[in-house]
Write a protein that binds this ligand. Structure first.
Ligand SMILES: [Mn+2]
Length: 462
């Protein structure tokens, strides 16, 4: 594990400074943000039922006395973070969101998340199957708070008639990973059977130490930063890996995974029937089952991925390919690539019709000839006899920090699925919120490679 404490990429040079422009008052857009909902959070003196001031976004957030979150509380949190991102230096965040409130929220969320199985079946108990109850699926958001707030406003907030499944990669690269993650945790705590947060490969110690989230948290929470970062990592451990919506739609950040029920080629003396393969042999690769996924150990966030952690590593890091078969993912140095034949096999074995995965933005897709670009925020990668495989990416104008003016200018997208079958995806592409508030990066984006494709994770696994 010591390699993970000291990742190989060079340390970022300068600590981020507060935005150089003077703080702006909250824009009218932030005040109007949720004006279409039935509750209002902008009156100056009202208290909600929990006694929480829901007024000015410059009022510090407090934890409800009875520990029960309300929609007003969650919406107030969104408004407050939006305000803080525009008006305050990052290190002032604790004045509006004190570390004690952070502790309460993360503790409660972690308890809820740890109870969920590795793959969550989203069905009747979430209202799925009920007339009028749609499902919204969201791909990578990477700390782009304002785009997430826009998406929630446009798609409609989670509730009785709307279930949300987020496909991971909440943090890193963008400047507001912490606020983004906390908003999603608040929704999870408020509506645990209407909001599902799956893990992405960036919800790990390794990625967050290279792509900015760790430094973001240390900058924002100062001497409490290490504590806040550690609690976030513990919470990441609880995030489930995949979901099956309405029995037919599989979602996961990377995608498919290998079977670990392969007999070892060499059996160590005295150890019978070991099921662990320490160095996977490509010739023995076969697709894993949902039952194996259910039994995998997901509590380890980082490489080395082997034995009981092979499956989580695959689910979070793998990519589809146009070439048939299942093979090690040499581009990324971890996980697998799988072809349309594997997609079809997975559909047939588990009666599925749709796979929605994420994990590849415009930078990654630029290097993948044969696969579509991410200009619209999604691609349909495999069309097989039984269904389709889709890549969904929900961070528009990504990455936030780029070394040249020649940006990808990609749209983000989310998918809605409607009853009764939930297997005909409706795509919604959207542009980035402009102007994006000024912020400084928390990683050395000019030196860190464009995408996490070529990270030499394999060397860390040795
Ligand atoms: Mn990813």
């Amino acid at each position: 594990m010591s390699d993970l404490e000291n990742p190989t990429p060079p340390p970022p040079s300068e600590p981020p400074q507060p935005p150089s422009e003077p703080p702006q008052p909250p824009s009218s857009s932030s005040e109007e943000f949720f004006s279409t909902t039935t509750t209002t959070t902008t009156t100056s003196t009202s208290l909600n039922s929990s006694g929480t001031p829901t007024s000015s976004p410059s009022t510090p957030i407090t934890w409800p006395q009875d520990g029960t979150l309300t929609q007003e509380w969650v919406q107030n949190l969104m408004t407050t973070f939006d305000f803080a991102s525009r008006a305050l230096p990052p290190s002032d965040l604790p004045t509006l969101f004190p570390v004690e409130v952070f502790d309460s929220l993360v503790l409660k969320a972690s308890k809820v998340l740890h109870k969920e199985p590795n793959f969550v079946r989203i069905e009747e108990s979430s209202g799925v199957g009920k007339e009028g109850c749609g499902v919204v699926v969201v791909g990578d958001v990477h700390g782009q708070l304002h785009d997430v707030l826009f998406l929630l406003k446009e798609a409609g907030l989670p509730g009785d008639d709307r279930v949300f499944v987020f496909n991971g990669d909440y943090v890193d690269r963008g400047a507001w990973g912490l606020e983004t993650f906390l908003v999603l945790l608040a929704w999870k705590v408020y509506l645990p059977d209407r909001v599902y947060l799956l893990r992405g490969n960036h919800e790990s110690k390794y990625c967050t130490s290279v792509y900015g989230f760790e430094k973001e948290v240390l900058t924002k929470y100062g001497d409490k930063g290490k504590h806040v970062y550690r609690k976030c990592l513990m919470c990441f451990e609880g995030l489930p890996l995949a979901s099956v919506i309405a029995g037919h739609v599989y979602t996961a950040h990377g995608g498919l995974f290998r079977s670990t029920n392969v007999k070892p080629q060499k059996r160590a003396k005295g150890k019978k029937n070991r099921k662990i393969i320490l160095s996977p042999d490509p010739s023995t690769l076969s697709l894993g089952s949902l039952d194996e996924l259910l039994k995998a150990r997901r509590s380890v966030l980082d490489p080395p991925w082997e034995g009981s952690n092979l499956i989580p590593g695959d689910v979070l890091w793998s990519d589809p390919s146009m070439k048939p078969g299942l093979a090690p993912n040499k581009e990324r140095g971890i996980g697998l690539i799988w072809g349309p034949d594997c997609t079809e096999e997975f559909f047939k074995r588990f009666s599925l019709k749709l796979i929605i995965r994420s994990h590849e933005g415009p930078d990654a897709r630029e290097k993948r000839p044969g696969l579509g670009g991410m200009d619209e925020g999604y691609t349909i990668d495999h069309v097989t006899e039984s269904g389709k495989l889709i890549t969904l990416f929900s961070a528009p104008d990504y990455p936030q920090f780029q070394a040249t003016d020649d940006r990808y200018r990609n749209k983000g997208a989310y998918i809605t699925l409607e009853p009764p079958d939930y297997d005909s995806p409706i795509f919604h592409s959207f542009e980035a919120v402009t102007p994006r508030p000024k912020a400084n990066p928390y990683y050395d984006f000019e030196d860190v490679i464009d995408s996490d494709e070529e990270l030499d994770l394999a060397s860390m696994v040795s």
